[in-house]
Unconditional design. Structure first.
Length: 513
């Protein structure tokens, strides 16, 4: 069967027709949890390949969407999960074991796993489009396309084309609106939403504009110590660079000094250099904004969703755990955000969500803030919106699926059906050289022996992800769920301690060599 060419008017029309099915499909599933339904998961990281290269073990990040396997607790839901490389059977068994009240064999019968057997850097969605037989297999597995939809990590024209060729709607943002999630686009959204953002400039695309902006920022605020230069499509802080005004004049001769020193930008990504950054900035565009300073500073975020019928809602708040030399790299998060400002950022995030909903955005996204305490009160600066699933998506949904609880917008807390409050500490970046060589089976053996697993009855414990990255990169994801923040931190430290102890002989041997 002939398919419309990618990005053609025919494809755009076909996609629009498919998307118009989503509201009706959504209402059917919400009203009847036992209704037959198929979810097609395409966890493609369709992002700038150079930026992806900066993330250790990134080709295993498709596994972050394995939390969707917990949708199989609905007895008539079928799931089709497609990956670049096959996922280890022990990893699949690990997730199916987390299902409460559903026999693993019953869930396994409703799960279809497909792989392209392609470890190249090409996005998974492109790999699927390049394989007509794979598209045919997915279509066969779907069956009734009127009772199916597709989900993905982020939405680009590739995911749009896959959805059209599979003839199922995409529960995700229309790629035509992707600019709203760029560093430039989100600054414009913040202004429209009427919330604070750092002083700065967007829609820049040249070194000259970077210099002009750095000079103007310092001219507006002579006390400014640093500024941030960001690539429009950078993520996890890896596309950021810091410029220091230290040693420069406040006014006279400022422009000449900036021109001479702009190449001293300090890049968040260790592999980045001025020459390559300049080229990316010309190609991708970006922003320059004031670095938000403060002695008492934190980095919360608000996760929101616009559902298939256009309703904007807050679904969680987090405090981000940031690392790297300048504290710009996302390493993990704690839920919920601190109670002294939790509801404030919830309110600001909802304002952003309502603006995005009016513009037609669909699905999950997170608004990140930098917050500083000034004269006893918190001031929150919105710095970016990730119009896609991100580092705070899978831990929250893991908690929700495991406990059947809900987020209470009145308090900003998550409560189980029995009324118990739940917290978690989550990280995508537990990484140690000594962990290299551990397989998913090894990890599961260690977890079982030391009791590092989620206890359904107590509704607390440890859930692992990114297990595929462990052997090659020594990298692992973890969600520690508990009854209070201290318990979550204890579980995390205990897990790290156990893994360090179990790999001690390997580390000692390596140091001896």
């Amino acid at each position: 069967m002939e398919h419309p060419a990618i990005d053609s008017p025919e494809e755009l029309a076909a996609f629009k027709a498919l998307q118009e099915k989503l509201p009706g499909l959504y209402r059917q599933v919400v009203e009847d949890a036992r209704r037959r339904h198929t979810v097609v998961v395409i966890p493609s990281l369709s992002l700038d390949p150079d930026e992806l290269e900066k993330v250790s073990g990134v080709h295993h990040y498709e596994e972050r969407l394995l939390y969707t396997l917990m949708l199989l607790r609905r007895p008539n839901t079928r799931l089709i999960f497609v990956t670049s490389q096959p996922v280890a059977s022990s990893v699949i068994d690990y997730y199916l074991h987390l299902l409460s009240g559903i026999p693993g064999n019953h869930a396994r019968k409703r799960l279809t796993l497909l792989a392209c057997y392609d470890a190249s850097k090409v996005p998974l969605s492109q790999k699927i489009l390049d394989r007509p037989r794979m598209l045919h297999r997915i279509r066969d597995a779907i069956g009734d396309t009127d009772a199916a939809h597709m989900v993905c990590f982020n939405s680009t024209k590739l995911e749009r084309s896959v959805a059209v060729q599979l003839r199922v709607p995409l529960y995700g943002n229309d790629p035509a609106l992707s600019d709203l999630g760029t560093k430039s686009g989100c600054r414009e959204v913040f202004r429209e939403a009427g919330i604070h953002l750092p002083d700065g400039f967007e829609r820049l695309s040249s070194t000259e504009e970077i210099i002009d902006s750095l000079v103007e920022l310092k001219g507006r605020n002579t006390n400014l110590r640093k500024a941030v230069v960001k690539l429009n499509e950078g993520f996890s802080g890896e596309g950021n660079a810091l410029f220091s005004y230290q040693g420069g004049p406040e006014r006279d001769g400022l422009r000449a000094w900036v021109e001479q020193n702009v190449h001293t930008l300090r890049f968040t990504a260790k592999t980045e250099q001025w020459e390559t950054f300049q080229e990316k900035f010309r190609h991708m565009g970006g922003v320059v904004e004031a670095f938000v300073d403060g002695e008492d500073k934190c980095s919360p975020s608000t996760q929101c969703r616009v559902n298939a019928i256009g309703e904007a809602m807050v679904i969680s708040t987090h405090d981000q755990v940031l690392g790297g030399e300048d504290g710009q790299i996302f390493q993990g998060c704690t839920f919920p955000a601190d109670d002294s400002y939790r509801l404030e950022i919830q309110d600001a995030g909802l304002k952003v969500a309502r603006v995005l909903a009016k513009k037609g955005v669909l699905g999950r996204f997170a608004t990140d803030f930098v917050s500083v305490r000034e004269q006893g009160k918190w001031k929150h600066y919105a710095i970016e919106v990730n119009v896609r699933k991100g580092g705070t998506t899978h831990p929250f949904l893991t908690l929700k699926f495991l406990t059947d609880g809900r987020y209470d917008t009145e308090t900003g807390m998550f409560r189980t059906p029995s009324g118990n409050a739940k917290y978690y500490y989550a990280s995508d970046t537990l990484e140690r050289e000594r962990y290299r060589g551990l397989t998913p089976d090894d990890l599961i053996d260690i977890a079982v022996y030391h009791g590092l697993h989620f206890h359904g009855a107590a509704e607390r414990g440890v859930v692992f992800h990114l297990m595929g990255a462990l052997s090659e990169f020594g990298k692992l994801g973890i969600v520690c769920i508990g009854d209070n923040p201290q318990q979550c931190t204890f579980l995390y430290r205990k897990t790290v301690g156990v893994l360090d102890k179990e790999t001690a002989s390997r580390a000692d041997k390596a140091s001896a060599e």
